[in-house]
Design a protein around this ligand. Sequence first.
Ligand code: UT7
Length: 330
Amino acid sequence: QGRARVRRRTGHIEPAHRLAADERITVRVAGIGPPLPDNIVTNHDHERTLDTTDEWIRDRAGIAERRTGGVTSELAARAGKAALADAGMAPDDIDLLILATCTPDQRFPATSATVQADLGLTCGALDVNAVCAGFTYAYITAYLMMTAPTGPERVLVCGTDTLTSITDWTDRNTAILFGDGSGAVVLERHEQGRLLGWDAGADGNLKPILFCDHDGFIQMEGREVFKKAVRAVVGSVEAALAQAGLTPADIDVLLPHQANIRIIEAVCQRLDVSMEITHNVLEHTGNTSSASIPLTMAAAADNGVLHPGSIVCMTGFGAGMAWASAVVEW
Ligand code: UT7
């Protein structure tokens, strides 16, 4: 009973397995922390060193500036501290830390262990690397652990990356896209808030179109990634919505990974939803990988659109290719 039946195509798990979790246990986002590094690199700064223009970057990617600086553990701890303050919680209240990152401080220990110490947490800590899909993977992992009867009651989920540390600043194909960033949420068991459906998948055959070797820089076939990303995101959102018994028209707030405004526009067009339900942080952050969805969630919270009962859909994609979507009743 409760044996997993994983669907080959999407990787998501059939309802039979979901019954293994206690469906009476529900989880809400109790706090969000969005601090960014202080240093700003504008498109005009890039114009001085690269064969590019502000106009090209805005038109082709929708980015005006990005933040740079800091190491992953430091940025994650800053976001975690802000999320704890927003939730009105102390370090001792947290039962587990999950850090989504593809830019760890060291090979080991896990960067989450450093963050755990920096924040004064006393709980366990683990890293998740699903690159730009990392935060959504981490959110789903946290939620499903929390709904187990013996699971943690409060989990700090951080999404933090310092992509500029692995970007070749002389390569105009990648340098103009990426920034550093960090966002965190505190999840707590609560009668308000529920994960209605999710989808997570990967296609490792696509590794050559986006990768970074140890001690190397990000290598990307941008046009290919763009096409695959649109297809993966649309399929993933549809799979998560189907599991929830919903359609795109039911989404109140869409929190897509922020890589390129044209990807977000293409996704909205194919799902037949308005761009009005998305929130744009990309223009001022660039692509911050694992940080982009919690940063977009913080923007949505600031814009006052996250209400109890709102249907919120987060969806991430990136190298792997890996993708993940979560449909949440706020
Ligand atoms: O988180 C997931 C990670 N990555 C992504 O999601 C990235 C997905 N891909 C993209 O966002 C887009 O493909 C890019 C923004 C990277 C590129 O936009 P594009 O519209 O796909 O451009 P392209 O690669 O097809 O290049 C068009 C032209 C080329 O010149 P020619 O061959 O037409 O003469 C490029 O050499 O634009 C040129 N180009 C640039 N020109 C000015 C490429 N980069 C630049 C640049 N400035 N920075």
